[in-house]
Design a protein around this ligand. Structure first.
Ligand SMILES: C[S@@+](CC[C@H](N)C(=O)[O-])C[C@H]1O[C@@H](n2cnc3c(N)ncnc32)[C@H](O)[C@@H]1O
Length: 257
């Protein structure tokens, strides 16, 4: 379940952030960057996409904080989008290409290392978590969100009965509180806090159908796509609708020496 982020458009990013922005504020609060970042905070917004997490942070704290942010993403399009946003707003941040599985920053560089709605699309979750541990200062804070089984799955399975739930929601390392806790503890983290939250986002039928076809290009084609669209229109009507989704909001600390 991974779209081709290299082919994203402005419209795709807006749609993505309608969803990913939902649990992002909860992540900033649980990571203790909001309401007030600690003095001297240096934050890695990893797998940043177009930078919604950084945007929510600076929109909340404005110029009142000395927080600095590095936005990193493996896709150049995303890095450029985040860089434009940073420049347009004059934030104390930079955007660079970063592979979450081989972060180019030295050990102990960041006070906070965050991934909003990105860990599940990084192939090796354990390696990404180890890398976050490495680049954090002792006493630093890890923060991640991970989506749970999405709201639309039941609708999709109603029209495509043999559609199997993507393993990232059922068996992957981010699928349960227990496996998340095990993964973080294995990497050396302490003070592990995994909260299950529900958030809601607004959708429109054309945007939803476009998003679903992009997520499941092999499944939502031809008759199946038509059936799914008809099913969703019957369920939610033609106008805007609101969809719930669950996410784990995860924080942990790198032990002090
Ligand atoms: C679902 S998007 C979330 C983006 C953003 N964090 C947000 O909240 O909107 C996942 C992002 O992970 C990035 N990504 C995937 N694999 C990556 C990797 N190995 N290293 C860094 N970023 C990666 C993608 O390019 C994409 O921008």
């Amino acid at each position: 379940m991974k779209p081709d982020y290299s082919k994203f458009t402005v419209q795709d990013v807006t749609k993505m952030e309608d969803i990913t922005g939902g649990p992002a504020k909860a992540l900033l609060v649980q990571s203790e960057l909001l309401p007030t970042p600690p003095k001297g905070a240096i934050v890695l917004d990893n797998a940043c996409g177009a930078g919604i997490l950084t945007s929510l942070l600076f929109e909340a704290v404005g110029q009142t904080s000395d927080v600095r942010v590095v936005c990193g993403d493996i896709e150049e399009y995303m890095v450029n989008s985040a860089a434009e946003r940073i420049k347009a707003n004059g934030w104390s941040a930079e955007a660079v290409v970063v592979d979450a599985q081989a972060i180019q920053f030295p050990e102990g560089h960041f006070t906070h290392a965050l991934i909003n709605f990105g860990i599940q699309v990084i192939p090796d979750n354990a390696l990404a978590v180890q890398e976050l541990f490495r680049v954090l200062k002792p006493g630093g804070t890890l923060g991640m969100t991970a989506g749970t089984t999405p709201h639309w799955l039941a609708s999709l399975q109603a029209v495509v009965p043999d559609f199997a739930t993507p393993p990232i929601f059922t068996t992957g390392p981010m699928a349960s509180k227990e496996s998340i806790t095990g993964l973080l503890a294995g990497a050396g983290f302490a003070r592990i806090n995994v909260q299950l939250v529900t958030f809601h986002y607004k959708d429109t039928m054309p945007a939803h159908i476009r998003y679903m076809k992009q997520m499941f290009p092999q499944v939502l084609v031809g008759e199946a796509a038509e059936k799914y669209e008809a099913h969703m229109r019957a369920k939610h009507g033609e106008g805007d609708f609101t969809l719930p989704w669950g996410a784990y909001v995860i924080t942990a600390g790198k032990p002090t020496l």
